[in-house]
Design a protein around this ligand. Structure first.
Ligand code: NAP
Length: 661
């Protein structure tokens, strides 16, 4: 028997999810098997997905509501349900799962508005102000809110309006998907030969996601059968390829085509975009609007070490890995101890003859015992057999990430523990993480002496650790150098203490140039103003998206929208794309040429994000991190939750904008 509810919802043309599965596999397992699965499940997710599948919210009684206990280092299991709540939840879920089996339910369609509110209300502890944002992320919501509710031909039929999308990474793909949904004519250029952006470029050994996979996907492409809780790099690259194919976006991408210049033409009311294609020929085209999906972390930072040009061995940046170089038996140096080095060092230590790690500052690491694990069997079973379990799980990851770990990195007024901690909670976290490092490196006092960071947790990006970093540092082949890099010789790196480390290969895991937004593109706006001159080393954009004097130019993943301790990056990226499309609609509906954000609106936004970052670990005056620009202002990070960004990007406020005739 199939539920009526499922029948009603089975039309899928209104479902905005490229991975929508109309039906799951029937449940045939015994009661005992089901109990074992329920006991391993994340209970709030299972309860709510069963309530949706059975169309029976009465199973979600108030006493089962997860308290959403804030996470200090990793998500709190079951949202912090007490043991008694968990026992009761197991009972309720087991009964419901048996019903799913016995009633032969394999389908669930879009939820009614009332059901959506009930189910999200249960998961979010009644936080009304979260519901719209969460609906955006819920595959079963009848209207996610992401898809444009208008079409170009209905609003401005016949008008010559073309959009240029730059880049086919996570941001550019999101933009192309929404632009195509709105029926806007567009061109899409990608400098590389492949799509996927950072995930196509970063192929170094060990590359993988260090945030939960289920939170790292599009609301419109909710893949359920991820192999790992922290996906390998190639899995994300494959996902992006697959999304582009499912959405039919591939044939529009001009690969090998790099944007060189953008020049606003006042008379034409359009951007002249000059690109260079695979044939090396420059081409100028006019576009009414430009959406940049250029990444933040894709221009390598390779410090200018004296003598580096004379080095006779091999050098490579983490993002420009040369797979022709066999590291087996080589003497290898890795400069840097950030997120890239953290993955490279353990992945190569067993192959090399020696490994010299140059550490300028030690990293803080969050425990993640399952960092390299495949998803469990029972989890895969739930994805296969409980309708839309994966979609609910994804929603749960995003929901619990709304507040995330922000409370652990928020400064306390008058706290005296600086520069090591910024609050009581920060000090507790510091003590906990330091004790963990102490237990990992107990046998090596020399390493322990340099392994505990001298800055508060969260001031720089924290890494996920299952012990592999410490194991690599403890390896006999590894030497950790903290004296800095003084210079290179043809065969060695000489450290700051004058010791020469003879090496065959040097890996620059020295990060990127994240503050220099759009630095490789010449962008000239109204009145001939150059974008870099306007920014003067301090990139700023209203909502992270628009810049005064640069009409109809929209940045996806622009300044101040990256979350590090809370929130989903995909959400921020999608919202920027959606905001751009809403702004274009305003232009088209008003019969205007372009939208230009006002200077005072930008200044207000900048003051708002600066105020937020000042309260966070990364905003403290004694901290240096890639989140900040050269003068120390935080330009990379969004210091609030996804909810505030939802509110800011919900509508295009005419009071903040000029519309050019
Ligand atoms: P990064 O975090 O900026 O780390 C660069 C490292 O190089 C730091 O340890 C830095 O030291 C060191 N360094 C820089 N210049 C140096 C110099 N002149 N001399 C000595 N050391 C120097 O770069 P990343 O590791 O490539 O990571 C960047 C970001 O990319 C991450 O924070 C993350 O957002 C993203 N990422 C994500 C993943 C993932 O999801 N799996 C993986 C990799 C990267 P200091 O700390 O002292 O500055």
């Amino acid at each position: 028997m199939t539920s009526v509810h499922a029948e009603q919802g089975s039309g899928t043309d209104h479902i905005d999810d490229l991975y929508w599965r109309a039906a799951s596999t029937p449940v045939v397992e015994s009661d005992q098997e089901l109990e074992s699965i329920v006991r391993q499940a994340e209970l709030p997710v299972l309860l709510v997905s069963l309530a949706a599948a059975l169309d029976d919210p009465s199973i979600l009684t108030d006493d089962l509501r997860p308290p959403l206990t804030p996470m200090d280092t990793a998500p709190v299991p079951h949202g912090g349900m007490t043991p008694a709540q968990q026992e009761r939840a197991v009972e309720v879920a087991l009964t419901a799962l048996k019903r799913l089996r016995d009633e032969g339910i394999t389908r669930v369609g879009a939820l009614s508005d009332e059901r959506r509110r009930e189910l999200l209300g249960f998961l979010s502890g009644g936080r009304e102000e979260w519901l719209d944002m969460l609906s955006h992320e819920l595959a079963l919501a009848p209207e996610h809110g992401g898809r444009p509710d208008w079409r170009f031909e209905d609003v401005a039929a016949g008008r010559d309006f073309r959009v240029l999308i730059v880049g086919a990474g996570v941001g550019g793909i999101a933009a192309a998907y929404r632009v195509a949904q709105a029926g806007l004519p567009y061109a899409h250029v990608e400098a590389g030969e492949t799509l996927g952006g950072t995930w196509a470029k970063n192929t170094y050994p060990g590359v993988r996601l260090d945030t939960p996979t289920f939170g790292y996907s599009y609301s419109f492409a909710q893949r359920g059968d991820w192999p790992h809780q922290f996906a390998e790099g190639s899995e994300i690259a494959d996902y992006l390829e697959d999304v582009v194919d499912r959405a039919g976006l591939r044939e529009r991408i001009e690969f090998g085509t790099r944007l060189l210049r953008l020049r606003w033409d006042d008379e034409a009311g359009a951007w002249e975009a000059t690109t260079v294609g695979p044939d090396g020929v420059e081409k100028a085209r006019m576009f009414s609007a430009v959406v940049s999906g250029l990444g933040l972390l894709d221009r390598p930072n390779i410090p200018d070490f004296p003598g580096a040009a004379q080095f006779q061995g091999v050098t490579m940046h983490s993002q420009e890995w040369n797979h022709d170089v066999d590291l087996a038996g080589k003497r290898v140096a890795v400069i840097g101890t950030g997120a890239s080095a953290y993955q490279i060092v353990p992945a190569i230590v067993d192959d090399v003859a020696s490994l010299t790690v140059f550490q300028r500052s030690a990293p803080w690491m969050l425990p993640a015992p399952n960092y390299h694990d495949a998803v469990g069997e029972s989890f895969a079973w739930l994805v296969e057999k409980v309708p839309h379990f994966a979609q609910w799980y994804r929603l749960w990851v995003i929901l619990t990430g709304i507040e995330g770990r922000a409370h652990t990195v928020t400064a306390e007024e008058g706290w005296e523990g600086a520069p090591l901690s910024i609050s009581r909670k920060s000090q507790e976290l510091r003590d906990y993480l330091a004790a963990r490092i102490e237990s990992q490196l107990a046998s090596r006092p020399d390493l322990l002496a340099i392994a505990i960071p001298a800055y508060p947790p969260g001031a720089k990006r924290m890494l996920r650790d299952n012990g592999v970093w410490a194991r690599a540092l403890l390896d006999d082949r590894t030497t950790v150098v903290t004296a800095g890099v003084d210079r290179f010789t043809p065969t060695a790196i000489v450290d700051g203490a004058g010791v020469a480390h003879e090496v065959d290969v040097v890996i620059f895991a020295t990060g990127f140039r994240p503050s220099e937004f759009l630095e490789n593109i010449e962008v000239t706006g109204r009145d001939g103003v150059d974008l870099q001159d306007f920014w003067a080393g301090n990139a700023r954009a209203y909502n992270g998206i628009t810049v005064p004097g640069f009409p109809n130019l929209f940045l996806i993943y622009g300044p101040n929208v990256g979350g590090v301790v809370q929130g989903s990056l995909h959400f921020m990226i999608e919202r920027a794309a959606e905001f751009a499309i809403k702004a274009m609609r305003e232009v088209l509906e008003r019969g205007a040429t372009a939208i230009d954000v006002r200077r005072e609106a930008l200044d207000r936004f900048v003051a708002y994000v600066d105020e937020g970052s000042r309260r966070m670990a990364w905003g403290q005056p004694y901290v240096r991190t890639w989140y900040q620009n050269a003068s120390g202002r935080v330009t990379a990070i969004w210091p609030y939750t996804n909810i505030e960004y939802w509110d800011l990007t919900e509508r295009v406020d005419p009071a903040d904008h000029d519309f050019l005739p």
